[in-house]
Design a binder for this molecule. Structure first.
Ligand SMILES: [Fe+2]
Length: 301
């Protein structure tokens, strides 16, 4: 029933810091009713919402529903005893609002995802492919490096089994793959990106990272260079992930969580079979920094 991730929202102590960081990352920002919104160039869909609060913490997650699914979702929630709630302060009021088992506010929108900005085909001369003949790659590859869409977010949770059951049984996501059982769980929304959402086991709930698609591996590396030049030094990458197979680079945000650029992610189809894997998170590249799985958010009451 969920067709994809619409946006994520954080509470942060200083919206000016958030604004600078998100623009350095490659997003366009605006202000609405006291909240900071960020979106990808050429895509008319909110991707990030920041509201001011005492400390950084996850504020809400927002998903799109498949056309016509709203009534079914409403019935399923009612049958399962999941109450609807009022939108939290700082959120927009559209759609259905509820809380997941960790208490995170969740918005379900009866809208189609906005189309992402059209990006050019990447012609490669790798393997047996000789697609790029008579043109110099280095002259084109810097033309479009900015994110085209929000792809996924991963959250920390102390109860991965309950969270997975909630988002799969009630809201229609499917498990794509796992690492070490419940340690990391990746969820898909049907054919498309290997994961749009997922969980990392932790002592308490929190926001781990969000990830935006860029046109190429070069766009990832060029964007990481730009962030470093602007003083955002802490990161992890360049590498290729195991689960999902995407190229990645993460930069640590001003609050100790992470934001990622990705490209070349696996696409699941109707026949995809979930596995439980005993593998490190990356196929090559430096190992993650020690702080990569630190959950710095305050515990909820
Ligand atoms: Fe990711």
């Amino acid at each position: 029933m969920i067709s994809g991730l619409h946006h994520y929202a954080l509470e942060v102590p200083d919206l000016g810091v958030a604004d600078d960081f998100l623009r350095d990352f490659g997003l366009e920002t605006s202000e609405k009713d006291g909240a900071l919104l960020a979106q990808c160039a050429g895509r008319s869909q909110e991707q990030v919402r920041m509201v001011e609060g005492a400390t950084k913490r996850l504020h809400h997650m927002s998903f799109t529903l498949r056309p016509g699914a709203l009534d079914t979702v409403h019935e399923v929630l009612e049958r399962s005893g999941v109450p609807l709630i009022e939108p939290p302060d700082g959120a927009d009021e559209a759609g259905l609002w509820l809380r997941d088992p960790d208490g995170t506010a969740v918005q379900l929108l009866d809208t189609e995802p906005a189309p992402a900005r059209a990006v050019g085909e990447i012609l490669v001369n790798s393997g047996a492919s000789r697609q790029r003949i008579g043109s110099a790659m280095w002259k084109q590859v810097t033309d479009d490096v900015h994110p085209s869409r929000l792809g996924h977010s991963l959250l920390f949770t102390p109860q991965p089994a309950a969270m997975t059951a909630f988002y799969t049984d009630l809201l229609g996501l499917q498990v794509s793959d796992r690492i070490h059982g419940d340690f990391v769980i990746f969820l898909n929304a049907g054919p498309g990106d290997h994961h749009v959402f997922g969980f990392i086991s932790s002592t308490h709930p929190g926001f781990h990272h969000s990830s935006f698609e860029v046109p190429s591996i070069d766009a990832i590396a060029l964007s990481a260079d730009r962030m470093r030049a602007r003083g955002h030094d802490a990161g992890w990458g360049l590498g290729r992930h195991t689960i999902g197979s995407n190229f990645f680079h993460y930069t640590r945000d001003p609050w100790g969580s992470w934001i990622e650029w990705y490209s070349d992610i696996d696409q699941v189809d109707e026949c995809w079979v979930a596995g439980d894997w005993d593998v490190p998170p990356h196929l090559w590249g430096a190992p993650p920094p020690e702080t990569f799985l630190s959950n710095l958010e305050p515990r909820r009451d």
